[in-house]
Write a protein that binds this ligand. Sequence first.
Ligand SMILES: NC(=O)c1ccc[n+]([C@@H]2O[C@H](COP(=O)([O-])OP(=O)(O)OC[C@H]3O[C@@H](n4cnc5c(N)ncnc54)[C@H](O)[C@@H]3O)[C@@H](O)[C@H]2O)c1
Length: 416
Amino acid sequence: MKVGVIGLGYVGLPLAVAFAEAAADVVGVDVDADAVEALARGESTIEDIPSERLTPLVGERLAVSTDPSALAECDAIVICVPTPLAHQREPDLSYVDAAGRTVAGVLRAGQLVVLESTTYPGTTRERLAPILEESGLVAGQDFHLAFSPERIDPGRTDFTVRTTPKVVGGLTEGCSDAAADLYGLICDNVVAVSSPEVAELSKLLENIFRSVNIALVNELAILADRMGIDVWEVIEAAATKPFGFMRFDPGPGMGGHCLPIDPFYLAFKAREYDFPTEFIELAGRVNQAQPHFCVDRAVRALNDVGKPAKGSRVLLLGVSYKAGIGDMRESPALKIGAMLESLGAKVTYHDPHVPEVSELGLESIGLEEGLAECDLAVIVTAHDEIDPETVVAQAQRVLDLRGVTRGIDADHVVRL
Ligand SMILES: NC(=O)c1ccc[n+]([C@@H]2O[C@H](COP(=O)([O-])OP(=O)(O)OC[C@H]3O[C@@H](n4cnc5c(N)ncnc54)[C@H](O)[C@@H]3O)[C@@H](O)[C@H]2O)c1
């Protein structure tokens, strides 16, 4: 089996590695020449794939290139390119279009093409298929076409590519069967659904479910603060219910490539059907406002000890959008840092995964040094390397946006 992967980022690289480790010959193609050069040297570009795992594969089972011509020899080609939002927050499918044109240039009869990029229902059939058919071949007849959503969760180790069930939806039954055979090489459980649209919408449902529940608990955190109730204690009490409740925690807001973006793909498509997706818009509004509430809490935490935000030294602890990784995409720490700076605070940060944040013009400083020098330490992202006990012991004042200091009894700590 020869597999081509287009787009070697957070999704494409782990997939290419998984196929290569499953004894497929893999061709990885990316337009980013620097990334391809690094990968060709065996240097991984993402944290989830250590270079030691990559090195033995490169040049053996895994070939990486900016040149897509070797895709012509592949039995299957998987597209893993970005699907961001454009300036007006409408879907930007230009990367999918470009990858589609790349595939159309090499496509031959009998190949399987799979789109993995998260997108609205109808993209595979209405948008990608016509581009691929510019090759003169017909989707579902001359070549197989399917959608299979990626479920990768950067930094997660308890579920892997192999143990996370994989949904596939083909244009025809034959397309679904071909996609199920492909993913059967690397996944223990492949779930075939009846169409690409079902597979596309199932991915959006998963992300919207998280976005809405995070918004709900973020809103509850603001109300609990006003009522003087500890929201973490409330959540822990509710989570003792063994059925009908799933725990979500409040935080500084949503980040990453998925939750702040993907739901709006569906909101956009829904407008074509004259349908307002109220839950999506509301959850987006609440989650986007959360960094403002966090800044308000920081200002109050300083005010409580007679300090104005202006001139105070605020240390952000953890700036990536989630614990354990260095991904800064859409990270709420960017908003929080910028807002504190605009109030005149002197912002610094410590993050073992993020050496510098160009948006804020800052470099990570040492934890001990930062704690010793700040008026307020704000735990934004709870990396394992940042010990809450140390933070509480060494900082003058602490604002905990992640609930990790619960159980530590100290008057100078305030929580979301
Ligand atoms: N990161 C995640 O956790 C995650 C999880 C599930 C789904 N997804 C979805 O998967 C898709 C890819 O996301 P990602 O996080 O891997 O993005 P990414 O930015 O990490 O990687 C995308 C790669 O595609 C390359 N690329 C762009 N256009 C190309 C082209 N025409 N030809 C070849 N290469 C091209 C880029 O250079 C980049 O290396 C998105 O639709 C995203 O929503 C991401």
